[in-house]
Design a protein around this ligand. Structure first.
Ligand SMILES: N[C@@H](CCC(=O)N[C@@H](CS)C(=O)NCC(=O)O)C(=O)O
Length: 196
C-alpha cells in the first residue's frame, strides 16, 4: 500500500491526481512542512530528507522528489499505461522529460520568479525563455507530452503550467494543453480529496 506524505495545495496534490489516474491503492498522510516565509518546521513523520512534500512510502520503501515518485508509481502500477515501461519505444523520452522536469523546468521557473539571471554554461538548467520553446515543440504534435498518450509527464507539466500561468507567455497551445489536463476527472477527484 502506498502512503503519500502530503500537505494540501502543494506539489503533493498532483500525486493524488496521479494515484487516482493509476487506480492505485493509497492512503494520504497529512504532514506539516515549513511555510514559504520560513516559519514552521519539518514533520518528523515525513521521510523526505528536507521535510518537503511529496514523499511516498510503499510498505517502507521510501521515494522522494517528484520525478522519482512519478517513475516509481507508473512502473509499479502499469495497468493504465501512465508511463512507458522498459522496452517501450517511448521509455527514453519518458525518462528524459521526467528528469528535465526536476532538473531544468522547475529551476527555470524559480529563476524567473526570483528574477535571477541564469548563468548559462555554469548552471545545469537554462532560462525559461529557452525552456518554453523546447517544451512547446515537444507539445506541438500533441495533444500530450508523449503525443497521443496521456502520461505522468502531463500530471507534472500540466499542473505546473496551471499553477505558474502568470509566468507564461500568451500561448493557445499551452492554454489548451493545461485545459486538457485539468479537465480530467481524476484531477477533480484529487482536488476534492486535497481539500479534505
Ligand atoms: N524538488 C521537490 C520540491 C518539493 C517542495 O519544494 N515542496 C514544497 C511544497 S510545494 C515543500 O514541501 N516545502 C516545504 C519546505 O521547503 O520545507 C519535488 O519536486 O518533489
Amino acid at each position: 500500500m502506498i502512503t503519500l506524505f502530503h500537505r494540501p495545495k502543494t506539489r503533493a496534490t498532483r500525486f493524488i491526481f496521479l494515484l487516482e489516474e493509476l487506480e492505485a491503492p493509497y492512503t494520504v498522510r497529512t504532514v506539516a512542512t515549513r511555510n514559504r516565509d520560513g516559519s514552521g518546521a519539518a514533520d518528523p513523520a515525513n521521510p523526505h530528507p528536507h521535510g518537503k512534500v511529496p514523499a511516498i512510502s510503499d510498505d517502507g520503501t521510501v521515494v522522494f522528489e517528484s520525478p522519482a515518485i512519478a517513475l516509481y508509481l507508473t512502473d509499479k502500477f502499469p495497468k493504465n499505461g501512465l508511463g512507458p515501461v522498459v522496452g517501450d519505444a517511448q521509455r527514453g523520452a519518458y525518462l528524459s522529460w521526467l528528469a528535465y522536469y526536476g532538473g531544468v523546468l522547475e529551476p527555470a521557473f524559480v529563476s524567473k520568479f526570483m528574477k535571477v539571471e541564469v548563468p548559462r554554461g555554469t548552471a545545469g538548467w537554462v532560462a525559461l525563455e529557452e525552456v518554453l520553446p523546447a517544451v512547446m515543440q515537444r507539445l506541438s504534435p500533441g495533444p500530450y507530452m508523449l503525443g497521443e498518450r496521456f502520461s505522468a509527464l502531463d500530471v507534472l507539466y500540466g499542473t505546473a503550467f496551471a499553477q505558474l500561468a502568470q509566468l507564461l507567455p500568451k500561448s493557445p497551445l499551452l492554454e489548451e494543453y493545461v485545459q486538457r489536463v485539468v479537465a480530467r476527472p481524476a484531477y477533480a477527484r484529487a482536488l476534492a480529496k486535497d481539500a479534505g
